[in-house]
Design a protein around this ligand. Structure first.
Ligand code: FAD
Length: 429
């Protein structure tokens, strides 16, 4: 964006997590006049509490394409984005003997491979030979995804935020916003900033488009604009143990837990509580049962045998929020029809309000691809391209308006299914 670009569309992005920062950066790189609003600091919420695993091991075609694009961008950022780097590391999916999900693994892997993903079924003995740090004698089957890695998620947000600022994005942190109505002038935002003297003030600002990438706060934010979005926050947990580990990343599907190397030892996580959590009042510390469960999984999965490692009661541990949707797919796209009665006089029918949320525990790893889709989708929508037009960049399966139908009522309670689980990933077979 330069000063001459007075005709550039004005876009507000609400939320300075991985998704919002990527979308803001990519919008500015495509010529939009972008303001990013974050009520705390960048990476203040889920993106600052994520474990940082990423991979492209998805069976669904859309998910595999999103995973592949994200991986491609992570690799490019690793080379070109100061302050960001990642460690390439294979990702093992392990299923124990007696777990009925084991039968589904070969077909699931076949579907991943059909999408060009470098994933193979591996015999447990061969897995143990390749990765002697792992115990594999209790496994029925395993798969290894080679296109995977891990990083420090807040470093991605801050590094890309820095580049976004250099691209001309106005980044307003410590600034909470609420959605206002659509008027002839555009979409109103009520902007509340803390002010230098600590007094907060509210002003109304108007944008051609507003993107809500507010993570666990997405549902309540959109409710202010009378938009019902079925995005429900739920609590998950992670810890860092001072135990040297240089093996692959592992998802123990039977135990529902994952682990990866970490500069301070080993990071392990999951501890999902599959119930709705209050984004402003949830418990941010980890639970004792989670530490105990992780201890058991490390004993069973790592070759050192019974807990010779550090006491996990001393481990740095935390909880954060993920977001679920009724069908496990995210909400990415426009949520208003545009052309409301308020705007009738302008004859403008383009949507003005967009959402990007509902990642089921995979929002960090999908952010590079989704931010790009949001940027291209918003600009295409403002240019009058219909959501379902052949040239539309939006992804049909992620249409946020799909729940208005008989299939899901946006305000109906639904079951929260943890996103890594194999039953979730093998859906649609
Ligand atoms: C313990 C844990 C481990 C995880 N591990 C992984 C992993 O390994 N890989 C992976 O892909 N994902 C992982 N996740 C999930 C991942 O953290 C999220 O999917 C991802 O960070 C979502 O990014 P986001 O930008 O959508 O949301 P967020 O990072 O939550 O950003 C939303 C932002 O919006 C701001 N906001 C909210 N309301 C307002 C408002 N009114 N005005 C202004 N700003 C507002 C918030 O302050 C927040 O900073 C993990 C999550 C947790 C908790």
């Amino acid at each position: 964006m330069t000063d001459e670009d007075e005709s550039a569309p004005t876009v507000a992005v609400v939320g300075g997590g991985a998704v919002g920062v990527t979308a803001a950066h990519d919008l500015a790189a495509r010529g939009a006049d972008v303001t990013l609003f974050e009520r705390g600091d960048l990476a203040a919420e889920s993106s600052g509490r994520a474990a940082g695993l990423f991979y492209d091991a998805y069976a669904e075609d859309v998910d595999a394409a999103v995973g592949a694009r994200s991986l491609e961008r992570f690799r490019a950022f690793d080379r070109t984005l100061p302050g960001f780097s990642f460690a390439a590391c294979p990702y093992v999916i392990a299923v124990r003997e007696g777990d009925s999900d084991a039968d589904a693994v070969p077909a699931m892997v076949e579907r991943m491979r059909a999408h060009g993903r470098d994933v193979s079924v591996v015999d447990p003995d061969a897995l143990g030979e390749r990765f002697p740090t792992l115990r594999t004698d209790d496994l029925a089957v395993a798969a290894v995804a080679e296109g995977a890695g891990w990083t420090d998620p807040p470093s991605y947000v801050r590094a890309l935020g820095g580049r976004a600022a250099r691209e001309g994005v106005a980044i307003e942190t410590e600034t909470a916003v609420a959605l206002g109505p659509l008027t002839d002038a555009g979409r109103e935002l009520r902007v509340r900033d803390a002010g230098a003297d600590g007094d907060s003030g509210t002003e109304t600002r108007v944008f051609d488009a507003v993107v809500v990438a507010a993570g666990a706060h997405t549902r309540s934010l959109l409710a202010d604009a009378d938009v019902a979005a079925p995005v429900v926050p739920y609590r998950v947990q992670a810890l860092v143990a001072a135990e040297r580990y240089d093996g692959p990343m592992v998802y123990d599907a039977t135990a529902d837990a994952y682990l990866r190397p970490h500069p301070d030892g080993l990071l392990a996580g999951d501890g999902t509580e599959p119930v709705s959590a209050d984004p402003d009042g949830y418990r941010r510390e980890a639970d004792d049962w989670f530490r105990e469960d992780v201890g058991t999984v490390l004993d069973e999965r790592l070759a050192h045998g019974d807990r010779g490692g550090p006491d996990l009661n001393d481990a740095r541990a935390w909880a954060g929020l993920c977001t679920a949707t009724p069908d496990g797919d995210p909400l990415v796209g426009p949520v208003d029809a545009g052309g409301t009665a308020d705007r009738a006089s302008t004859g403008d029918t383009a949507p003005t309000l967009f959402v990007a949320a509902g990642w089921q525990g995979h929002g960090f790893m999908r952010a590079p691809a989704i931010g790009e889709t949001v940027a291209e989708g918003v600009l295409a929508s403002l240019d009058g391209v219909a959501f379902d037009a052949s040239e539309s960049p939006w992804i049909g399966a992620f249409d946020p308006r799909r729940f208005g139908s008989e299939r899901f009522d946006a305000d109906e309670p639904f079951e929260i299914v943890e996103g890594m689980s194999l039953s979730n990933r093998t859906d649609g077979e």
